[in-house]
Structures are given as C-alpha cells and as structure tokens.
Design a protein around this ligand. Structure first.
Ligand SMILES: [Zn+2]
Length: 79
C-alpha cells in the first residue's frame, strides 16, 4: 500500500492518491480480509482523475467493495 498517503479525517477532503491535492469527488470503500472484519469499510477519496487508478489498485487485490460519489456517501453515512 505504498501508492497512497494515510487517510486523513480532518480538513478538506482531498484525493488519496499520492501527491494529489485535488478535491475528492469519489469515495472508494474497501476491505482487506486479512486485516479487517468483513463488515469493516476503509475509505479512500479520489478526484475524477484518480478514481480509475485507485479503483484498479484496490480491484486487483480484490479489496474494492464500492465506488460512491462523495455527496452520496456523505448523505448515506449521515445517520
Ligand atoms: Zn487525485
């Protein structure tokens, strides 16, 4: 997992791709079955440009569970 920075929980929502400072518009929900319980969801944020790259990165490892627009993700998790 050396291609992304650690996710931050404060401040503006910025793309998780390393070196990218673009505002995120997508949420990639993923789970590593070796580290996480099945219902656990880690999230990466992605700008339009990096959505495909980060999706592929997680998808290749079988970790990717969902790709959701940030607005949708926020309203869905606002429970
Ligand atoms: Zn980006």
């Amino acid at each position: 997992m050396d291609s992304v920075e650690n996710e931050s929980t404060t401040g503006p929502l910025i793309c998780s791709a390393k070196g990218c400072r673009t505002a995120a518009v997508w949420v990639l929900a993923w789970n590593n079955p070796k580290l996480h319980t099945p219902e656990r969801r880690k999230t990466w944020l992605a700008c339009e440009e990096h959505r495909e790259y980060l999706s592929r990165f997680l998808g290749m490892r079988g970790f990717l569970k969902d790709v959701v627009e940030l607005d949708v993700w926020r309203s869905a998790s606002d429970r």
